[in-house]
Design a protein around this ligand. Sequence first.
Ligand SMILES: NC(=O)c1ccc[n+]([C@@H]2O[C@H](COP(=O)([O-])OP(=O)(O)OC[C@H]3O[C@@H](n4cnc5c(N)ncnc54)[C@H](O)[C@@H]3O)[C@@H](O)[C@H]2O)c1
Length: 303
Amino acid sequence: MGKLDGRVAVITGAGRGIGAAVAEKMAAEGAAVVVNDLVVSLDGSGQSTGPAQEVAERILVRGGKAVASTANVTSFEETGELIQTAIREFGRLDVLVNVAGIIRDALIFKMTEEQWDAVIAVHLKGTFNTTRHASVWWRENRGGHFRIINFVSGSGLFGSPVQPNYAAAKMGMVGLMNTLAVEHTKNNIKFNAIAPNAASRMTEKVLPPPLFEKLKPEHIVPAVMWLASEQNQDTGMIINCMGGWYSRAAIVCAKGIIIGDGHKTVTAEDIQANWDTIKSLDEAKPLGSIIESFGYVASLLNK
Ligand SMILES: NC(=O)c1ccc[n+]([C@@H]2O[C@H](COP(=O)([O-])OP(=O)(O)OC[C@H]3O[C@@H](n4cnc5c(N)ncnc54)[C@H](O)[C@@H]3O)[C@@H](O)[C@H]2O)c1
């Protein structure tokens, strides 16, 4: 018995790196997988079909269920076909893992419009495209345990020099996840994110060699396996994964301060006088939705 017996997964960017490790493990645990990869160079240029097919063949040789797809995640039409491949070949879709990624690093004053657009297109629009098509099928086929896992990055969560396009795209994926997690509280679709750090071509020039050796993509895989499982009931989580380190990252809202009673005209001097309290993370916690912030402020104003 595998942990994912009977489940069907689409994994984008699964021709190499973390995505390939995820696809192979999911298949080893019984999932039927669509191994998607356009197979581009690190900056998104060029194309070949090889690696996605090779990953699928490795799975088939071991007795697993897999099919390769070379859909470009930036294409609305091709991602529609990608989702349909899962349904046509395996009859359903349970898990979507958005791993596909490219980088085109540059300082902001040197960044071209093309560098910006290309990175936003793969990460942010690509995630919209696959999610949009999967959600249509899930809406028409309620009753499953549907899971989306988005690969985001510490570059966006914490900031990273020369990656303004990449960081913005990854945080766009977090915003998309936050809203979908709030929208879909009832139909058992769980949206979660992983912020990985692992040895791949994306990090070979960034990670110091001793760390590169230790940060195997295989360390990321168990977190995907858990988030993809029927047992996981959490949604809207961001999980840092690096080496053997797993930790939750969150956007939090601190207690702050009400200045006046909601009617007083607050001045910049008031803000300055209360700056230490405003910026402190006192009683900081993640909010369940924007509505929670409305309720919180309303309760303070009514006191
Ligand atoms: N490796 C890390 O430490 C790290 C850190 C933070 C975030 N990430 C994120 O994790 C994910 C996996 O990274 P990786 O290190 O395995 O990278 P990788 O470059 O080894 O793999 C990414 C794959 O995505 C594919 N891809 C790119 N554009 C595509 C498109 N338009 N359509 C379909 N496939 C496409 C590439 O061909 C490649 O095989 C990426 O989203 C990356 O941004 C990685």
